[in-house]
Design a protein around this ligand. Structure first.
Ligand code: TMP
Ligand code: ZN
Length: 406
């Protein structure tokens, strides 16, 4: 029996993908032989209802100087973070000369909005290469993991934070209790923590099983977040849905009693209760849907192949690593993956070793079908690639269901 990483109660596994390579482990041919694999299995805690991985991968294996994900690679995400910054400023930054800290500040896309207006800010980012981009853009950041020592050092140097922000970061942190203690050290008495991550409710509703990969240790719901925070003296004060990353939730939390609790919190908790998100049933439904989805996608790709059609992937996302390896999609079925990130180009996808090529290759010799791995950026990409469709190219999507777009 495995125990919950948050509250140590027994957990119930609901999905097992078997051994998986690192989701962001894009690699060269001479690295194939030494590629590492870790078991990927998801479970639900019977007590705190936190959906989680059973075997979290050590953080240093994933977040290092080779981390190939840059927030600014999507223009829609850049616009989203401009709105995020404006929202934080309007709703939560009433202190004079406030301090804003972002955990997992990546290339500084969010903090830039505070830097340009002269707001005191600090980013915390363990991956050296992305942190360097933030520094070059004039964003103050410190290259390390966020833990109790980091929190104490920032508080000692700059004072306590009025707002602590995080986007697509907290779900990556295996030790959530240490994270809560670190927030407690750094947050001002009336401060607010605002974080957003992919939402369990959307993963279930959309069968977005490719959100499950090594970096995502948790699949938060408001129910699970509230139960995690309560013993640490924090409570949810606001929640807001976000469409980014395939369906996310933004949570605002504060010290218990420090701020009024918005109506959105009770409403979402009630909705989750009615959907049964604190029980195993919807997660077992997901497991069944996942296996049907694999059958449909592999059948579609085999049919394209036998019809002599060329298929290329679009966006070498971390999510695609789960999909490709679980479905066993080799370069036989998907010829190459187009991606705009220089660090991924010329390398191969983890596990299945599909070549990653610059977008120029896609544009120069468009495939018959483009398999949209970056489905969370669908609106941006379909608008940008109108010419592909006009020239007869077709999109294959698999979330919420496998189909060819007409
Ligand atoms: P994400 O789904 O984790 O945000 O990763 C998106 C990946 O897709 C990233 O490697 C950049 C790539 N990408 C493209 O190649 N073209 C695009 O138009 C967009 C939006 C993303
Ligand atoms: Zn638990």
């Amino acid at each position: 029996m495995t125990r919950c990483l948050v509250c140590a109660a027994p957990t119930r596994p609901f999905l097992s993908f078997g051994p998986m390579p690192l989701a962001n482990g894009f690699l060269r041919e001479d690295e194939f032989a030494a590629e590492e694999f870790h078991p990927l299995e998801a479970a639900l805690c019977a007590s705190c209802a936190m959906p989680q991985l059973v075997h979290p991968v050590p953080r240093e294996r994933m977040f290092n100087e080779r981390y190939p994900f840059f927030t600014a690679s999507s223009s829609a995400m850049a616009a989203h973070f401009a709105r995020f910054a404006a929202d934080v400023r309007r709703r939560w930054l009433s202190a004079a000369d406030p301090l804003v800290v972002e955990i997992g500040s990546n290339d500084g896309t969010l903090l830039r909005h505070f830097a340009v207006s002269g707001t005191r800010h600090v980013g915390v980012e363990p991956s050296a290469n992305v942190a360097a981009v933030a520094l070059a853009a004039g964003v103050r950041c410190t290259q390390r993991f966020f833990d109790e020592d980091t929190a104490s050092d920032i508080a000692a140097a700059h004072g306590r934070a009025d707002a602590i922000l995080a986007a697509n970061c907290f779900c990556h942190v295996a030790d959530l209790n240490a994270l809560a203690r670190s927030l407690d050290i750094l947050l001002a008495r009336d401060g607010v923590v605002v974080f957003e991550d992919p939402y369990a409710g959307d993963i279930l509703a959309r069968c977005a099983y490719d959100q499950i990969y090594d970096e995502h240790v948790y699949y938060f719901s408001a129910t699970a977040v509230a139960r995690w925070l309560a013993p640490h003296g924090f409570e949810l004060i606001d929640v807001a849905r976000q469409e980014v990353h395939g369906g996310s939730m933004r949570y605002a939390l504060a010290r218990t009693g420090a701020h009024p609790v918005g109506d959105s919190v009770a409403a979402l908790l009630a909705e989750e209760r009615s959907r049964g998100l604190d029980g195993i049933a919807p997660f077992l439904d997901l497991a069944r849907a996942v296996s049907r989805s694999r059958e449909a996608l592999v059948a579609l790709l085999r049919e394209a192949k036998s019809g002599g059609k060329r298929v290329a992937g679009y966006g070498a996302t971390s999510k695609s690593t789960t999909l490709l390896n679980y479905c066993g999609i080799t370069p036989e079925l998907v010829e190459f993956i187009s991606d705009t990130t220089p660090l991924k180009q010329g390398k191969f996808s983890p596990g299945m070793h599909i070549p990653v090529r610059p977008h120029g290759d896609f544009a120069a010799r468009p495939p018959d079908y483009a398999l949209l791995f970056a489905w969370n950026h669908a609106a941006e990409i379909l608008a940008k690639e109108r010419a592909f469709r006009e020239a007869g190219g077709r999109w294959i999507v698999y979330v919420p269901e496998v189909k060819v777009l007409d």
